[in-house]
Design a protein around this ligand. Structure first.
Ligand code: SF4
Ligand code: SF4
Length: 363
């Protein structure tokens, strides 16, 4: 397995302060990766990860970088990478402003624009701005998609996107256009007092990711965090799991950190079977460790595993019993993918798409 995506989170500062933001981004968070090191990390990623195909800029709010964002996209694009920005769309204050801002990114080579919206986001960014951004992006032939917070009792639904008059008109005038897309993501509660309803575990709906099967994000999508560490996934709970950070960039060559992640048995196992399977193994070995029953997202289970000293101890004691089986199936899955040009089976790809769409704070 070699990573194909690098996501740069240049800052956790954001113009919004969504209640369930997994990185707790707000306008008050200070700090960003300085321009010079941002550019250096792009070069280093290209050199250290020859399988790299896509560079994602997320956050926090990556548009706060201003011209540095355009220059970073131009650098990545000139080196042949696809590029994506993930944003809340605050900058699209009018159709003209949205067009002007996106034209600069288009000139820099931007391929994809992801805008996040939904109940929490709408407290900070009116939906009209999201629509301005989406339509301006689509008209510039940038693949533009809106990712809507998915939970059952949300007020704002995906249907509201399709029912917006300007979206409706655009879609009617451009049937089948790939340039305007709508996704529903899985909005996960980070606060115990917040009730976000999701359907029962027996349903696999857009509000609930399939919990079984390998994690298609770990080792596939490496992340450069605002504190200039390299992390081995862009999961929603990544900042809550110290082991997801491989080490500090600047103090360690990126190639060394990537190799370290690739050689981590547990991460290979998560990639292969997913955190739910590991928790099931733990539960089998020690029934006192409960199986998670109300989770809506594999990243929840992952955090519950890593933050449970007993669960970790069980794996530490018993991992050798499954080592050969896991490593054999890991190699077989890799071989399967290589034979298909790096592609995962269709179902996993669907999840991967949903997970990678979630790579912006909520996100
Ligand atoms: S979820 Fe996204 S838009 Fe909301 S505060 Fe977090 S980074 Fe900002
Ligand atoms: S399940 Fe989530 S937190 Fe765990 S490795 Fe995968 S993406 Fe990261």
């Amino acid at each position: 397995m070699r990573p194909q995506v690098v996501t740069i989170l240049p800052t956790y500062q954001c113009t919004a302060a969504c209640k369930e933001c997994c990185f707790e981004c707000t306008p008050h968070v200070k700090g960003r990766i300085p321009r010079e090191r941002l550019m250096r990390y792009i070069d280093e990623a290209i050199e250290s990860v020859p399988t790299l195909r896509l560079l994602v800029f997320s956050g926090g709010e990556c548009f706060l970088l201003g011209k540095d964002l355009d220059d970073a996209i131009a650098k990545a694009s000139a080196k042949g990478l696809r590029t994506r920005v993930v944003t809340n769309g605050y900058w699209a204050v009018s159709p003209e402003a949205a067009s002007k801002r996106l034209q600069r990114l288009k000139d820099a080579g931007l391929d994809e624009l992801n805008i996040s919206s939904g109940d929490d986001h709408l407290e900070y960014v009116p939906f009209e701005r999201v629509v301005n951004g989406l339509i301006a992006g689509a008209e510039l032939k940038i693949v533009s998609l809106v990712s809507v917070e998915g939970f059952e009792n949300s007020k704002f639904k995906v249907e509201d996107v399709f029912n917006h008059p300007r979206i409706r008109d655009y879609l009617a005038a451009h049937p089948g256009s790939p340039y305007l897309q709508v996704f529903k993501n899985v909005w996960m509660p980070f606060h115990q007092d917040r009730e976000l309803e999701h359907r029962d575990a027996t349903y696999r709906t857009p509000e609930r990711l399939g919990l079984n099967g390998g994690c298609t994000n770990v080792l596939y999508n490496m992340v450069i965090t605002p504190d200039e560490s390299l992390a081995s996934c862009c999961g929603l709970t990544m900042e809550h799991i110290p082991e997801m950070k491989l080490g500090k960039l600047g103090e360690n060559p990126m190639a060394k950190l990537v190799d370290q992640g690739m050689n981590d048995f547990l991460k290979r196992w998560i990639w292969l079977d997913g955190p739910e399977a590991i928790m099931a193994f733990v539960h089998k070995m020690d029934p006192a460790v409960p199986l998670p029953s109300r989770n809506v997202h594999p990243c929840e289970t992952c955090a519950q595993f890593y933050l449970n000293p007993r669960a970790r101890e069980v794996v530490r004691q018993h991992w050798r019993e499954v080592r050969d089986d896991v490593l054999l199936r890991y190699e077989l899955k890799l071989q399967f993918m290589q034979e298909r040009g790096g592609q995962l089976p269709a179902e996993a790809l669907q999840d991967k798409q949903e997970l990678t769409r979630l790579s912006h704070g909520d996100h």
